[in-house]
Design a protein around this ligand. Structure first.
Ligand SMILES: Nc1ncnc2c1ncn2[C@@H]1O[C@H](COP(=O)(O)OP(=O)(O)OP(=O)(O)O)[C@@H](O)[C@H]1O
Ligand SMILES: [Mg+2]
Length: 323
């Protein structure tokens, strides 16, 4: 269990949106977006290029004002008057984080700590540097850092104010697998400490690994839920059966078994058996295969990934000409 409440937060949601939207002139960036995110959740915000993710982050982060709907951030209604109060409780790591190239890591953080009017800046800077594991490079000029290290400086900058809610806009874009893993561990660690995280990403395996729930946005919200729920809602359950040799009469093996709704052979020669209840179907299939003298290699559950869910929904949008 995560420590759900920090910094005296109330028991309402950390973030809520109700019919939220933003358009720029004729162009709709996003519209009709509604959700509630409890404190302590790591929430993934997915969607293709131009879907409105960054604009949503900028709106919730008080950088731009919505053109429709309403929202609360850290329990505070999102209005221009409340901007300062909200910004005190949140931090945003933008898509292209800015650092002063000629200043060292430490000088950058000192500069931003002053700008954010952080109380006890020395301790906060130390703690942020420790969190992103940059202590050893603190004296290096930012201009001399690799992309991954700069990303960590940007994360340290976002952590200076000890935010209740952290918006991360594609924090691992362009990072190599090792640097990405470091950032993932950092995010997971912040999540465990109870920081609410709103994470946009194009890396679906990242969302699957890190996020309690995800939303898929394509100008409007397409779906929202736990990755496993989304998979179950969108795809029928299936078992994959592999045998050493093709079955002589697959129809008579799979036909009429309890919990089995149908079957087909996939391109790799495995049998994909649609089932209503895997716990009933799997033992029945095993018995039927043995009864048919088949040499079984494996019977396993077909796993759909979050990527399958994403592609299914976004392809559907394309076919419907929604975008
Ligand atoms: N300041 C602006 N003025 C006009 N249009 C804008 C502005 N900011 C964003 N848009 C438009 O709003 C839409 C959503 O953009 P946004 O940057 O939010 O997408 P995104 O989901 O973050 O995409 P990406 O994955 O490429 O980062 C796009 O069509 C974009 O061109
Ligand atoms: Mg973006």
């Amino acid at each position: 269990m995560k420590p759900a409440l920090r910094n005296g937060a109330t028991d309402g949601p950390a973030l809520s949106a109700d019919g939220l939207g933003k358009h720029f002139g004729e162009r709709v960036a996003f519209e009709g977006v509604s959700f509630e995110i409890p404190y302590g959740e790591v929430f993934g915000f997915l969607g293709p290029n131009g879907a409105g993710k960054t604009t949503t982050v900028r709106t919730l982060g008080t950088l731009i004002t919505p053109t429709s709907g309403s929202a609360t951030v850290a329990g505070i209604p999102l209005t221009p008057e409340n901007g300062i109060e909200i910004r005190r409780r949140i931090a945003i790591m933008p898509e292209t984080p800015g650092v002063y190239e000629r200043l060292s890591v430490l000088e950058n953080l000192e500069c931003f700590a002053e700008l954010y009017e952080v109380t006890d800046p020395k301790a906060r800077i130390e703690s942020a540097l420790r969190a992103v594991n940059l202590g050893e490079r603190a004296r290096d000029p930012c201009g001399a850092l690799s992309k991954g290290l700069r990303q960590r400086v940007a994360l340290a900058r976002a952590l200076l104010g000890d935010p209740e809610i952290l918006f991360l806009d594609e924090p691992t874009a362009g990072l190599d697998p090792v640097a990405s893993r470091d950032v993932h561990e950092l995010i997971a660690g912040l999540g465990r400490r109870g920081v609410t995280i709103f994470l946009t990403t194009h890396r679906l395996e990242e969302a699957e690994r890190l996020c309690d729930r995800v939303a898929i946005l394509n100008t409007s919200l397409r779906t929202i839920g736990r990755p496993a729920e989304l998979r179950d809602a969108l795809f029928a359950k299936a078992l994959t059966v592999r045998t050493v040799a093709p079955l002589a009469e697959p129809g008579s093996v799979f036909g009429g078994l309890p919990g089995v709704d149908g079957w087909r052979r996939d391109d790799g020669g495995a049998y994909v058996v649609a089932v209503s209840d895997a716990e009933v179907a799997a033992p029945a299939i095993a018995r039927a295969l043995v009864g048919a003298d088949a040499d079984v290699l494996s019977i396993g559950e077909s796993r759909h990934s979050l990527e399958d869910v994403y592609l299914e929904l976004i392809d559907e949008d394309r076919e419907m000409g929604r975008r």
